[in-house]
Design a protein around this ligand. Structure first.
Ligand code: CAA
Length: 377
């Protein structure tokens, strides 16, 4: 058993931490306030190789592993959860299924520019009438000659509107639900593809979340990802890894809030001593730190399993379940440590608390994680 990160992982952590502090943190509050996505930050991540961490160099990646990837998402989320999820959705939800299920041509055409960060990726599964019940989708893909024609809409799309490449799920056999579902790669320039409503959200406000619409959207048949009828499994396997990315985001948010709370508690004096020396606050911080550490270990374990080629679906769901709850608890307590100041925008903990909530909801609600875990027991 080895609990120490390798030199490579430590190097990546240091690089991302420096980048996050110097380039991402300074604008985080303003981007949150203005609901503004900053493509320049994504471009800078691309230059550092962060947009293709776990993918081989032949596909534009840097040939590292999933542990390095979750460390990167964690460090970004520590200062800006929106930037963390931009990278997570791009890597886990869009690039990964192309890497895993794509043909060589698809990998060269779509994965390479994604991994290089020349293009942004997104994932379209959820629809207005099918959230947790992902198999209940209505979007269709009709085969006509050497094309598929897509009709329908998807909602809550992370990176929506900014992404150029979308991995989308649609029914090729509407009578057959999951077994009639297929996965497709859709480029944003395709006629019939459009971006609909942009959501105004409680948290992760500088990560765009939009509707995407398909109206007689014709894509080449070679954009089918995997086999016809296998799309639901592509969607589920993609989420198996994606959930670990969200766990990493949650660990980062929680660590960021803990950092802020500890620093504040050392400086804030009440009743003649720093509040960290008041047991009510000191014990709270001890519990927060313990939650963050436990969440991190579960998250790293799932990433390590995936990197080692071992089954990781259950552990990934566990990591998101635990880390999402930890992030919500730790950020709420961080606001409490700050008292009235924590409730203002003068300090980042209120943003972190708002950002934490989504980690209990997206890429499968906590209730869905419990369903997934219990089915594997
Ligand atoms: N890997 C491979 N195959 C899987 C699988 C997995 N993890 N999970 C299910 N399958 C297969 C099953 O084996 C089954 O195939 P067979 O019939 O051949 O055995 C098939 O898929 C259907 O599975 P289920 O019967 O389990 O399907 P279900 O309808 O009961 O649903 C569910 C299962 C787990 C509840 C699923 O619907 C689910 O995960 N729901 C939540 C959806 C979700 O997480 N949405 C988030 C969207 S992404 C997002 O949040 C936006 C963003 O951009 C961040």
């Amino acid at each position: 058993m080895q609990f120490r990160l390798s030199e490579e992982h430590e190097m990546i952590r240091k690089m991302v931490r420096d980048f996050a502090r110097n380039e991402v943190a300074p604008s985080a509050a303003e981007r949150d306030e203005e609901e503004k996505f900053d493509r320049e930050i994504f471009n800078q991540m691309a230059e550092l190789g962060l947009t293709g961490i776990p993918f081989p160099e032949e596909y534009g990646g840097i040939g590292s592993d999933y542990l390095a990837y979750v460390i990167a998402v964690e460090e970004l989320s520590r200062v800006c959860a929106s930037t963390g999820v931009t990278l997570s959705a791009h890597t886990s939800l869009a690039s990964w299924p192309i890497y895993k299920f794509g043909t060589e041509e698809q990998k060269q055409k779509f994965l390479r520019p994604l991994a290089q960060g020349k293009k942004i990726g997104a994932y379209g599964l959820t629809e207005p009438g099918s959230g947790s019940d992902a198999g209940g989708m209505k979007t269709t893909a009709r085969k006509e000659g050497n094309e598929y024609v897509l009709n329908g809409s998807k909602i809550f799309i992370t990176n929506g509107g900014e992404a150029e490449i979308y991995v989308v799920f649609a029914l090729t056999d509407p009578a057959n639900r999951q077994k009639g579902t297929s996965a497709f790669i859709v480029e944003s320039t395709t006629p019939g593809f459009s971006v609909g409503k942009k959501e105004s959200k409680l948290g992760i406000r500088s990560s765009p979340t939009t509707e995407i619409i398909f109206e007689e959207c014709r894509i080449p048949a070679e954009n089918l990802l995997g086999e016809e009828g296998q799309g639901f499994k592509v969607a589920m396997q993609t989420l198996d890894g994606g959930r670990n990315g969200i766990a990493a985001q949650a660990v980062g948010i929680a660590q960021g809030a803990l950092d802020e709370a500890v620093n504040y508690a050392k400086e804030r004096v009440q009743f003649g001593k720093p509040i960290i020396a008041q047991q009510g606050i000191g014990f709270k911080l001890a519990e927060m730190a313990t939650s963050v550490e436990a969440a991190r270990l579960l998250t790293y374990q799932a990433a390590w399993l995936e990197s080692a080629g071992l089954p990781y679906g259950k552990e990934s769901a566990m990591s998101k379940l635990f880390a999402g709850d930890a992030a919500m608890k730790v950020t709420t307590e961080a606001v409490q440590v700050f008292g009235g100041y924590g409730y203002t925008k003068e300090y980042p903990v209120e943003r972190m608390m708002r950002d934490a909530k989504i980690t209990q909801i997206y890429e499968g609600t906590q209730e869905i994680q419990k369903l997934v875990i219990s089915r594997m027991l």
